[in-house]
Design a protein around this ligand. Structure first.
Ligand code: BGC
Length: 503
């Protein structure tokens, strides 16, 4: 057992927490900023004049006024770049360490923010988004890993959710910045896109001050540096016990290590892989990012004015932050399954009711009454609150605690890239789907929510309070479905025993 007395918080650890804030903030800011910017007329006139024209004739077709592949590419290109980057990032993380990967993330971000804020053409804008995407890919792979490796063992769960908390704070800040800059004509959108450089500068400076993680140093053969780093992080001289555990885990991982495909072929690795990947697919197909990216656009679709729609996004953003705080306290008490299932019920009701209301009251060429608009905002808030205490944080937490160490970085990279692929799909397709499916798009998401509730009910085991290294015995081997996949470890043990007997 790793002692927790050795893990007294030092100033250094607090700095690392703030540092985590910057990684999450950067990602969140990017998620939240694009929706508001694409709702600004100055931005549309400069880069998407066709969309602007259509918006001005909104009365002719409510659901289709923002349907434009290039406009969606503005949002989605970032996530496509992040998918590509996350594979490079996982290699960089294990070969050169977490610190360098984080430094690279901040540099990509700075270039991306500069290019997009000063964009003169659509392509310059898209290039900016691609650099930001590289930043997200590198940052999302390395920052949570860095956090888990420097966090005291008992706080690993809440530290992980802190990352999600700062994502939501980043989204809220972006919503507020958009609200403020919407009054600055004609360059408010440049300010919105440029402010992304602030957390990137902090991250850049921070990456020179933070240590490399002890695990990464030991894994790359720098044992004494690893010990020194651990002392610095824990703020004490006596770290023997914890250091020996890190060494042991690294040696074990080294022995079990093969290529990703070799490890993926091992049947006992399938349960965490299936769960890690499916949680990300489901997280995105709740429809959350149709709201995070396009809330202002969505609220304009139901007839709100530009200002009111940005204002309403600030409200949903604030609920997102508050409900994530709830998750930090509830996750180790109520458990993962309960939070996920309870959220499915609320999200299902919200999506079906929004769909029903729009089907009944929002035709092609009218607007909803103010009262009905408020009901839609309330339903969207209900949906966001339920997501924020469940699928948001759990989508990242569960994959981080269920992979065995020998495939943790690769398994996590799989989860991150699945998330980015699905985020890309939603970002690129949502406005077109809204145009073609109209109110039925909400029933589409509701159907996914039903499916994911069944998945959780039958296939997701409870991992609350289970030590990471005891997952096989205490979780997988006891699960009615996944236990069947655990036989290759037993098989290996049988073979070893037989060989020993023969000798
Ligand atoms: C998701 C993002 C989403 C955010 C909302 C994150 O966990 O990965 O796609 O926008 O939560 O708070």
């Amino acid at each position: 057992m790793r002692t927790d007395q050795t893990s007294k918080s030092s100033i250094y650890v607090i700095f690392c927490w703030c540092f985590a804030a910057c990684g999450g903030l950067m990602f969140g800011y990017d998620i939240g900023i694009s929706g508001g910017v694409t709702a600004m007329n100055d931005f549309l006139v400069k880069f998407f004049p066709r969309v602007y024209e259509r918006k001005m004739h909104a009365k002719e077709n409510n659901y289709c006024k923002f349907d434009d592949q290039l406009l969606q590419l503005f949002t989605s290109s970032l996530y496509l770049a992040a998918v590509v980057a996350s594979f490079g990032a996982s290699k960089c993380c294990s070969k050169f360490g977490r610190r360098l990967t984080i430094l690279l993330a901040s540099i990509f971000f700075l270039i991306g923010a500069a290019l997009s804020a000063s964009a003169q053409s659509l392509w310059m804008l898209i290039f900016g988004r691609i650099f930001l995407g590289f930043g997200v890919g590198f940052g999302n792979e390395s920052v949570p890993l860095f956090l888990s490796e420097v966090a005291p063992v008992k706080r690993r769960g809440s530290v992980n959710i802190m990352f999600q908390l700062f994502i939501t704070i980043g989204i809220l800040i972006a919503n507020l910045v958009n609200y403020g800059t919407s009054f600055l004509h004609p360059h408010g959108w440049r300010v919105s896109l440029g402010v992304a450089a602030l957390p990137a500068v902090l991250l850049f400076v921070g990456s020179f001050v933070i240590p490399e993680t002890p695990t990464s140093l030991v894994q790359r053969g720098h044992e004494s540096k690893g010990r020194e780093a651990l002392k610095k992080i824990r703020g004490v001289e006596e770290v023997n016990e914890e250091f020996e555990e890190i060494k042991e885990a690294c040696e074990k991982a080294e022995r079990a290590k093969g290529s990703f495909w070799e490890m993926a072929k091992k049947r006992s690795n399938w349960p965490p892989l299936v769960i890690g990947v499916m949680l990300q697919v489901f997280q995105q197909f709740t429809g959350i990012n149709s709201i995070m990216f396009y809330a202002p656009v969505l609220f304009q679709t139901v007839g709100m004015k530009s200002g009111a729609s940005l204002y309403s996004s600030v409200i949903t953003g604030a609920f997102n932050v508050l409900a994530t705080l709830l998750a930090i306290f509830a996750v180790d008490k109520a458990g993962r399954r309960f939070l996920l299932l309870a959220a499915c019920v609320i999200m299902f009701i919200s999506q079906v009711t929004i769909g029903g209301l729009l089907l009944g009251y929002l035709k092609e060429a009218n607007t909803l009454t103010v009262g009905m608009g408020i009901v839609v905002v309330v339903l969207v808030c209900m949906f966001v609150i339920a997501f924020a205490w469940s699928w948001g944080p759990m989508g990242w937490l569960i994959p981080s605690e269920t992979f065995p160490l020998e495939m943790r970085t690769e398994g996590y990279a799989c989860a991150v890239s699945t998330n980015m692929v699905c985020t890309f799909i939603i970002a690129q397709a949502f406005l077109s789907m809204l145009c073609r499916m109209r109110a039925f798009i909400f029933f589409f998401f509701a159907a996914w929510i039903l499916l994911m509730a069944l998945f959780v009910f039958f296939l997701l085991p409870e991992t609350k309070n289970v030590p990471i290294d005891a997952m096989v015995d205490r979780v997988w081997k006891l699960h009615p479905v996944w236990a069947k996949f655990m036989d290759d470890d037993d098989e290996a043990a049988r073979k070893t025993a037989a060989a020993v007997e023969q000798v």
